[in-house]
Write a protein that binds this ligand. Structure first.
Ligand code: NDP
Length: 282
């Protein structure tokens, strides 16, 4: 079997067309969607991320406004910046560079951002809403991973789904979204005793571990649908957490890296910004 490739770029383009149309309507009534990005220090990956987001946002009429703070910023200093942005009626979304420097915890920022502007779903309020099944902001990568399934018409109902990774911004919310889609969900992590025994059960395999080619072809169930969020910089380019070439010989559908989850993550994030701007207008 050779798996169908799930084309994240095409799915992202469809979402961005809708974002562009909604953003144009807003600009027509003088509402200009803006997302702020708080950078902590001058890390190269954060700069790359900001540049990439800007490249996607500009053509759909969304401004990315950068705020640079030193990586040794105190919680109170960060709090001042975030609360200024939360109160600024011209700002629709607030993003904070992740992972945080060691002296800051997710709990520190989880309480600072106005939940209505928390377009990446990292606040305590939005996490609570997700787990209670109340509409709210969902972390973009997790949302992108399940929307990739939705766009391919893959119904989770009754399926065995396995998530590799349990981070608060990817693995954990993916598991929750799969439960909401009536899948039977197993969550694995670095302490899981036999990862392959679990992944081999997966009709839907969602991988977000940050470990290049952790999932090899012989860990994939025949006919599985594989969604890989991994972004790992290697000497010969970016690779995922799944060995794509080996897995595609076993799976029925698979996302490539790059060109799978990444573009859809940016698109759903920008859709959240436009939704927030629409609420501001209302
Ligand atoms: P984290 O490092 O926060 O979490 C990684 C998770 O994977 C942890 O739960 C960890 O377990 C688990 N894990 C690590 N090694 C193994 C292993 N050998 N076996 C099983 N589980 C393992 O990463 P993120 O969740 O933030 O990101 C995951 C990946 O997704 C990264 O490659 C990142 O670059 C990518 N990413 C992609 C995005 C996109 O837009 N496409 C956006 C965000 C992230 P434990 O909890 O026990 O430590």
């Amino acid at each position: 079997m050779t798996a169908a490739i799930i084309d994240g770029k095409a799915i992202a383009a469809g979402i961005l067309d809708d974002v562009a149309a909604r953003s144009a309507l807003l600009r027509g009534v003088d509402v200009h969607p803006v997302v702020s990005f708080i950078m902590l220090g001058d890390s190269a990956p954060a700069l790359l991320y900001a540049n990439r987001l800007e490249r996607v946002a500009r053509p759909v009429g969304i401004e990315v406004r950068r705020f640079s703070l030193p990586d040794i910023v105190s919680v109170s200093e960060l709090e001042r910046t975030v609360s200024t942005l939360s109160q600024d009626s011209a700002i629709d979304g607030i993003l904070v560079q992740l992972p945080l420097p060691d002296h800051l915890s997710e709990a520190d920022i989880g309480n600072l951002i106005d939940p209505r502007k928390d377009v990446d779903g990292i606040t305590v309020q939005n996490a609570g809403r997700l787990y209670l099944g109340i509409p709210g902001q969902v972390p973009s990568t997790a949302l992108a991973m399940v929307e990739l399934l939705d766009s391919c018409g893959i119904d989770g109902t009754g399926k065995d789904a396995v998530v590799v990774g349990r981070s608060k911004i990817v693995g954990h919310p993916v598991a929750e979204l799969l439960i909401q889609r009536n899948a039977t969900v197993t969550v694995t992590h670095s302490q899981t005793r036999n990862l392959a025994r679990n992944t081999l059960h997966a009709e839907i395999l969602m991988v977000a571990a940050g470990s290049p080619h952790l999932v090899t072809g012989d860990m994939v169930r025949a006919g599985a649908i594989v969604v890989d969020a991994g972004i790992n910089a290697q000497r010969d380019g970016i690779v995922g957490d799944v060995d794509f070439e080996a897995a595609r010989r076993v799976a029925s559908a698979i996302t490539p890296v790059p060109g799978g989850v990444g573009p859809v993550t940016n698109a759903v994030l920008l859709r959240s910004v436009v939704e927030s701007a629409e609420r501001r207008h209302e």
